[in-house]
Design a binder for this molecule. Sequence first.
Ligand SMILES: Nc1ncnc2c1ncn2[C@@H]1O[C@H](COP(=O)(O)OP(=O)(O)OP(=O)(O)O)[C@@H](O)[C@H]1O
Length: 299
Amino acid sequence: MRFDGVWFRYGRRADWTLRAVDAVVEPGQTVVVLGRNGAGKSTLLQLAAGVLRPRRGAVRDRPPIVGWVPERFPADQPFTAGDYLHRMATLRGHAPARADEWIERLLLTGHTGTRLSDLSKGTAQKVGLAQALIARPGLLILDEPWEGLDAAARTLIPEIVAEVTATGAMVLVSDHRGEIAALPGATHWSVTDATVEPAPAPPAPAPPAPAPPAPPAPSALPAPSSPAAPSAVPAPSALPAPSALPAPSGSPAPASPGRDEVVIEISVPRAAADEAVVRLRAQGHAVLGVRDVSSGDAR
Ligand SMILES: Nc1ncnc2c1ncn2[C@@H]1O[C@H](COP(=O)(O)OP(=O)(O)OP(=O)(O)O)[C@@H](O)[C@H]1O
């Protein structure tokens, strides 16, 4: 896949977020995209995924199946984690058991009955990862994939990346903290001043310093138990849900537009409807409904 003279900006008069990007990802290659906050890493990844379209130039030879895990996996859909992943498997043409493999692998078994909106950020990230992997993508895109993940899940990421690339698939990963910069065999790109350049691998992060010894507990009092590890912060986010799926009964009615919002009707080919809904939601837009004009079906 290659970025062929890609330029992108968010508004017609906005500054260019990315300028004249020429870069190639080879089959089986892992590319770690580095850069400070706001440099344009997510934008580059969304261009690779096809979620954003270049203003100039093109992304060529993108594999037909793309697994995209956005930085914040949106979770505002009325599904449980298990229900959502089983439906995603079916939607992608796999048996529901394909979802179970990833549910087990990503330690999600205890969360399958939890509604997406009630998941912690880290668990929602794992659901996002699972939905991307269920599809057996030729291109896997991970935007800051370890954000909010616990130690056990973090170690899975390099393992999964290695397995995916071993099949000849490409992996693009953004990293602003250098956490998985030590991904073996990865190529590094740096996004700086709206341009993308090859970069040397940053040094692997130093191991955490040993904790200072706990002060002795006053003898009259029971010793305090060690504090629990900070759990992932629950973050409500908006999840690309497959619009082709019938909403489960009892699901809330779609939100009404707010005072400062406008409602735009768009028309897309039926086959592209699910993808369009996913992309619009991922960009923070509310999708109020999908209407099949030929059948009169509305949802
Ligand atoms: N939907 C949007 N509309 C307008 N501007 C945007 C939008 N999304 C991102 N930007 C702007 O584009 C620039 C690049 O953002 P981007 O999210 O790609 O950076 P990033 O390198 O991924 O940052 P981070 O490490 O914080 O995730 C930033 O200035 C950001 O404010």
